[in-house]
Write a protein that binds this ligand. Structure first.
Ligand code: PLP
Length: 380
């Protein structure tokens, strides 16, 4: 199997798995228990919080462990409307469904309007439009705009967004699920109000996430109960998952410069070879502000079959048509770029530090073969 779908999920780092095993076996204490077995588990959770916070340059108390990035996004949206009293939501049509559907749900529940920021045909967010929406608002606004788009790889200047929001008294949440563990981030300097992360996107365990909450923002839980996570997220902590999350983030940051360089080179090599192998190919997204792990391309459906992804899958190559969560229908992101789903076949290749040049060569050779195969030039 060749796995080029790392924006959907990643292979767990062995080192991250190894730190988890003791907490799934002998050291199974509940961090809320007063006895020594429990206190040991509490130490593990708090050490993980310290570690995650130091990687993201924030205070440990500002990190809440969640079950995934989706939960962190839900928490942020709910808290903004219910606890921070925001009365207007500003977002974009390019957000992940974990934000978009949550925004729509809570906007309807709290009866607050939603305004979409414009984007161009490359998927770049129009910051001037954001400024003008905020300038025209008397109500306190909640802005949620993602750091890196999971389908296109476009990177948003979240520091600029945070600055704009600050100038207008708005609360800013950044969905950083595709960037935490992939870019060195100093959330304090970036001045975001809230930020979401997800462990399985950077070789950590599935079922783990974080919500960073700026110390000035006081929020209530979305999940009520025993008051864990400093009264912000009840439920017995996933001790093993939290330890695995922290270890995976440490590993990701340990060699971040070298890993970024290597993956960038893979992507550059792949892009050049792809362009040569597949005539008519078009790169999607903003080439100037781009996350090094994601490469989205479109092929004209007049020349290539819609079954290309299936063919690759049959040959043991995992790629995606967009995000894994929306693989059932046309991509809302491509639609927001003004693309007609019937006119092109879109493929998202996404890379990790575990990919090699040899794998890239195999994928290119396979695509070359498929492109010359007689069944491919059939649209459908
Ligand atoms: N936000 C973005 C940008 C994502 O790419 C994803 C996952 O694909 C999520 C949120 C959801 O994260 P999780 O799978 O941890 O719920």
């Amino acid at each position: 199997m060749i796995y080029l779908d790392n924006a959907a999920t990643t292979r767990m780092a062995t080192e991250a798995l190894e730190v988890m095993i003791p907490y799934l076996t002998g050291q199974f204490g509940n961090p809320s228990s007063a006895h020594s077995h429990g206190r040991k588990a509490r130490l593990v959770v708090e050490a993980a919080r310290q570690s995650v916070a130091s990687q993201l340059m924030v205070e440990p108390q500002s990190i809440v462990f969640t079950s995934c990035g989706t939960e962190a996004n839900n928490m942020a949206v709910l808290a903004a409307l219910r606890d921070l009293r925001c009365q207007h939501i500003i977002t974009s049509p390019l957000e992940h469904h974990a934000v978009l559907n949550t925004v729509m749900h809570y906007a309807s529940q709290f009866k607050v309007p939603v305004t979409m920021v414009n984007n161009d045909s490359r998927g770049c967010i129009d910051l001037q439009h954001l400024r003008s929406i905020l300038s025209g608002q008397k109500a306190k606004c909640f802005v949620t705009l993602m750091h890196a788009n999971n389908e296109l790889g476009n990177l948003l200047d979240i520091q600029a967004v945070a600055e704009i929001c600050k100038n207008h008294g708005a609360v800013y949440h950044a969905d950083c699920v595709q960037t935490i563990g992939h870019l060195p981030l100093d959330l304090t300097s970036l001045q975001v109000g809230m930020a979401s992360g997800s462990g399985h996107k950077f070789h950590g365990p599935k079922g783990t996430g974080i919500l960073y909450i700026h110390p000035a923002l006081s929020i209530q839980p979305m999940i009520w109960g025993g008051g864990q996570e400093d009264l912000r997220r009840s439920g017995t902590e996933n001790v093993a998952g939290i330890a695995g999350f922290a270890k995976a983030l440490e590993l990701a940051m340990e060699d971040i410069d070298a890993d970024m360089r290597r993956v960038k080179n893979l992507k550059r090599y792949f892009s050049a070879a792809l362009q040569e192998a597949l005539p008519g190919l078009r790169f999607n997204g903003d080439p100037d502000h781009h996350l090094y792990t994601v490469l989205s391309v479109s092929l004209p459906s007049s020349g290539y079959s819609m079954s290309l992804l299936r063919e690759l899958d049959n040959l043991g190559i995992c790629v995606s048509g967009g995000s894994a969560c929306s693989s059932q229908g046309p991509s809302h992101v491509m639609q927001a770029l003004g693309r007609d789903a019937a006119e092109s076949v879109t493929i998202r290749f996404s890379f990790s530090r575990y990919n090699s040049i040899d794998e890239i060569d195999v994928v290119i050779a396979t695509l070359r073969e498929l492109a010359n195969a007689p069944y491919l030039p059939v649209s459908g």
